[in-house]
Design a protein around this ligand. Structure first.
Ligand SMILES: [Zn+2]
Length: 653
């Protein structure tokens, strides 16, 4: 193609060209070096020779935004590759680059001269979004301790540095701690045939079952043998222990110290100040509000679960997570006539992937065009250009789907940014990193795929603003899950599923089966909400109180909030990765679910693709990124402030 303008896909902004696997190491190092040098040159200019004259305020902010862009241009690709690259040396180099950018960014926010240049700008000379950027930037400086004396500032930098390392070590311990249980194949009765076929016995006549999700979820859900379920559950709960316990203690102590240095009472207050929830103490209030709303639905469903459990274990007084998935599945099958193994025959991975693209494309006015020759980090990865069907198929982003497990890869499901999109300057790019099986999928995993893809389209659609700071999924952290949680609804709609969920013979999933699946899914949501509140309470109170004995503290909170009894001798907190990333804010999953249910109430259940509603949603909630407060985006879309009613009604259903 000689004339890029003649090709609508190639026109306009160029995507990032990723390195071939063997060039990755050098690429990462060069990218980090160049990105940091660009940032440093811009910063020197701002410090020593800031723009003057009539348009100085805007010019200064633009230069500051270029610094952000240079830094995210390093941080985004290296944090992705640190989690997905097959070569361990590349992952390690990425972690080092990530830490370096983090250190540099922290130092910038503590740079008094740079701060003074920005603080001298008159907001009156700026438009609303630019004034917002200035206010947020100055708040960043204050939270980083720019007002403090030299010693506390140095200490803050030290803390931040150490927290980065702790977070990486903590995550790596979980990622690398793949535990296994080896059992004779006859003890795996109940597991789906295709799973058994993929897990042959070794020369000792044993099958190895790992704690990775594609093994652990079906085993805990389907294995009839209670001992196998228990062994695997215990192995799963022990990931990261004991080495992560002292890391967590240090992390909590450093976060507390950091919050204190910049004038907050505790870490949760510091963290909540830049979120929708606003105040630290509002977190336990929210947790208790949800706990109360979930009380009745929890009791109702837990009683059914125990009743079924007691048919096998007559004197059982309580149930643990070693049995909860298995009996939940049994109750669902027996009461709602939903057989997960039958359900999964309709969810062939490749059809699901195409269905996801078709459904989200239709809903949001997008088209995805495969880019088979784009360099990728592993042969499993598929690249697509994202075109705006509402604007002459103009390319607005590029996405990468890396959806199957492999050794050394991130173990969960998440969206990673690869490039922050900026109008006229940079194409939005991102990747989905998941661990789905290659054949038939559980419906749960289909829902997860829709969820994660929600983050990816949010990242792309919010990638055409003016400022790096507000590009992509840049809203308050306790709001970012809402659009994804809402998109899950499309993976539960019978009409939508008919379009891609077909069995081997091509027969679409029957509507009455989907209806029963939904009824079955409703089962347990009360106690699931309580489980979430147990995790949220752990995330809040561990940071607020920093208990000396984490196991005892976890146990207390489990008794207070969780429907499931503690399994003696386990240390689940050590593998609870969100303690690092979400810190005291695990409540955010539930907070944004409350808002997701409210957002979804604007759609007509009889026509989920209504172009008016979907268009408004795309324009008012997704496209603005972080350029307005999330509460305003929601109000703008709903025509009123968000409320708890839709969530409460769903929970009580
Ligand atoms: Zn999410």
């Amino acid at each position: 193609m000689t004339d890029p303008a003649a090709d609508p896909v190639a026109a306009d902004l160029r995507p990032l060209v990723l390195p071939a696997a063997e060039d990755a190491h050098a690429w990462v190092e060069a990218r980090a070096r160049d990105g940091l040098a660009t940032a440093e040159a811009l910063v020197t200019g701002l410090r020593d020779d800031p723009p003057t004259g009539e348009l100085a305020a805007m010019a200064t902010l633009r230069a500051w935004d270029e610094v952000s862009r240079a830094l995210s241009g390093v941080a985004a690709p290296v944090s992705l590759l640190a989690n997905v690259h097959p070569d361990e040396a590349v992952r390690t180099a990425c972690e080092a680059a990530e830490a370096e950018v983090d250190r540099y960014a922290t130092a910038l926010l503590q740079d008094r001269r740079l701060h003074d240049v920005l603080a001298a700008l008159a907001p009156a000379d700026l438009d609303d979004v630019a004034a917002r950027l200035l206010a947020k930037t100055l708040e960043d400086f204050r939270r980083a301790g720019v007002d403090l004396g030299d010693d506390p500032r140095r200490r803050l930098a030290e803390i931040d540095d150490r927290l980065t390392v702790l977070g990486q070590d903590f995550g790596r311990h979980i990622r690398d701690d793949v535990r296994t249980v080896r059992v004779p194949s006859e003890r795996l009765a109940g597991l789906p045939q295709d799973w058994l076929d993929a897990h042959p016995t070794d020369e000792d006549g044993l099958v190895t079952v790992t704690t990775d999700y594609p093994d652990s979820v079906p085993t805990r859900m389907f294995a009839h043998d209670a001992g196998v379920r228990r062994d695997l559950t215990v192995a799963f709960l022990e990931r990261g222990w004991p080495e992560n316990e002292p890391l967590l203690q240090e992390m909590f102590a450093l976060r507390q110290e950091l919050a204190g240095l910049v004038g907050y009472e505790d870490w949760p207050s510091y963290d909540a100040a830049v979120k929708m929830i606003g105040r630290g103490p509002a977190i336990p209030e929210f947790i208790d509000r949800i706990t109360a709303l979930a009380e009745e639905p929890m009791r109702r469903d837990l009683e059914l679960l125990l009743e079924r459990f007691r048919r096998d274990v007559p004197d059982a007084g309580a149930i643990t997570t070693a049995d909860s998935l298995y009996y939940e599945e049994l109750v669902r099958r027996e009461r709602h006539d939903v057989d997960a193994q039958q359900v999964r025959t309709y969810f062939d991975f490749s059809k699901v992937r195409q269905g996801l693209l078709d459904v989200t494309g239709r809903l949001l006015g997008l088209r995805y065009v495969p880019v088979p020759d784009a360099p990728v980090w592993h042969e499993d990865v598929a690249a697509y250009d994202v075109l705006d069907a509402r604007a002459d198929d103009r390319r607005i982003g590029r996405i990468y789907l890396d959806l199957h497990p492999r050794e050394g890869k991130y173990k969960h499901a998440a969206q990673f940014s690869l490039a922050d999109g900026l109008a006229g300057r940079q194409l939005a790019e991102g990747a989905l990193v998941c661990n789905f099986s290659r054949g038939l999928m559980e419906h749960d995993h289909v829902v997860t795929l829709f969820h994660e893809f929600g983050h990816l389209v949010h990242h792309v659609l919010a990638g055409r603003g003016e400022w790096t700071r507000f590009s992509g999924v840049a809203t308050e952290w306790d709001f970012v899950e809402a659009p994804s949680q809402m998109l899950e609804e499309w993976a539960w709609d019978a009409e939508v599923l008919r379009s891609f969920a077909t069995d081997a013979a091509g027969v679409p999933i029957p509507a009455d089966l989907v209806e029963r699946m939904r009824a079955a899914d409703d089962f347990g949501k009360g106690y699931q909400a309580r489980t979430q509140m147990f995790y949220a309470a752990m995330s809040y109170w561990f940071h607020r109180d920093r208990p000396g004995d984490l196991t005892a503290a976890m146990r207390d909170l489990q008794e207070r909030y969780s429907p499931f009894r503690y399994i003696e001798g386990t240390h689940m907190f050590a593998g609870f990765g969100h303690l690092s990333g979400y810190s005291s804010a695990y409540y955010t999953y539930m907070w944004s679910l409350v808002i997701a249910k409210d957002l979804f109430s604007a759609f007509d259940p009889a026509d989920l693709f209504d172009a008016d509603v979907a268009g408004r949603y795309r324009d008012r909630v997704l496209a603005p990124g972080g350029s307005r407060d999330a509460a305003e985006l929601v109000t703008d879309f709903l025509g009123r402030p968000y409320a708890f009613d839709a969530y409460a009604a769903w929970l009580a259903r």
